[in-house]
Design a protein around this ligand. Structure first.
Ligand SMILES: C[S@@+](CC[C@H](N)C(=O)[O-])C[C@H]1O[C@@H](n2cnc3c(N)ncnc32)[C@H](O)[C@@H]1O
Length: 279
């Protein structure tokens, strides 16, 4: 969950700038975007939707795979993110639409999209509504590919355990916040927001079939994790702290780690499909 003073959420110039800089400096969003784009099988696509497309990392991965005459539409409800995206990805095949994912079917004609790709965002949306909207815009047989952060899906790749060599940056942050700012963590709630069974049920309700689900591991470093936690929407801990205080806590926590320590992030990757029409 985003902390309460995450500036103004995603539609904020400072967050958008920090996010875009992170995507260019570190592999995380490019790697996850490329993975999803590859699973969407885009080589003969005519129209692909980049859902919750932010500053264009996923659109770039899609554009790398679609034919030269294809069109890509990036939909996101944060104009501040798209303002940067337009500058970073000036490809004439790409159109930007500022809209909520839940309203996708108000902006894209029914049954026209060959694929919808959504990287690192679906759990922030109203998934039953989004799945219904995605189903409407997909042509029969079209793919819907998305991922869910391991914590939100309640899944952990086995590499998470084997890579662990000490306390996580998050647990150090909580300890320092408690020591220096009297932070009390909220009661732990381990219920996943979007478990694999919830996703399957909601997709079935939207009349889509699941072709594959995979738990994948992304290998990163403490340094990348620190840079990610510096982006205002992701800064921790939650509660009544300013961004400057969170950055003070992060600096102290990071000083207790070794920058090149490997860390592992888990993802649940889902490939769904609008079924082919029955003859
Ligand atoms: C972590 S970024 C991912 C952006 C891009 N897919 C990438 O991989 O770089 C999450 C994006 O989801 C967008 N978002 C969150 N909820 C949304 C919603 N309900 N409708 C449209 N966009 C949404 C945010 O504005 C933000 O740009």
């Amino acid at each position: 969950m985003a902390p309460q003073d995450a500036l103004h959420g995603w539609d904020d110039a400072i967050t958008a700038q920090a996010y875009a800089a992170f995507t260019r400096a570190y592999p995380m969003y490019n790697a996850t975007s490329r993975d999803l784009a590859r699973r969407a099988r885009l080589t003969t696509s005519g129209l692909v939707i980049d859902l919750c497309g932010g500053t264009g990392a996923t659109a770039t991965a899609i554009l790398d795979l679609v034919p030269p005459a294809a069109r890509v539409i990036s939909v996101d409800n944060a104009p501040a993110m798209q303002r940067i995206g337009r500058r970073l990805v000036p490809d004439p095949r790409l159109t930007w639409i500022a809209a909520a994912a839940e309203d996708l079917d108000d902006h894209v004609p029914a049954a026209t999209a060959d694929a919808v790709v959504c990287n690192s965002a679906i759990w922030k949306t109203d998934t039953p509504e989004v799945f219904t909207a995605v189903r409407r815009v997909l042509r029969p047989g079209g793919r819907f590919v998305f991922n869910i952060g391991g914590g939100f899906a309640g899944v952990h790749h086995r590499d998470e355990q084997t890579a662990r060599t000490g306390p996580s940056l998050n647990s150090l942050i909580r300890q320092i916040a408690a020591r220096d700012y009297g932070y009390t963590p909220p009661p732990a709630d381990h219920t996943p927001k979007l478990s694999p069974s919830t996703v399957s049920r909601q997709l079935a309700q939207a009349r889509m079939s699941v072709l594959a689900t995979d738990i994948v591991a992304q290998h990163t470093t403490m340094a990348e994790k620190k840079a990610w936690l510096s982006i205002p929407v992701f800064a921790r801990p939650d509660g009544d702290l300013s961004h400057a205080q969170r950055m003070d806590i992060l600096t102290k926590a990071y000083a207790l780690t070794t920058p090149q320590t490997p860390t592992v992030t888990s993802w649940l990757v889902v490939v769904a499909q609008r079924p082919e029409e029955q003859p």
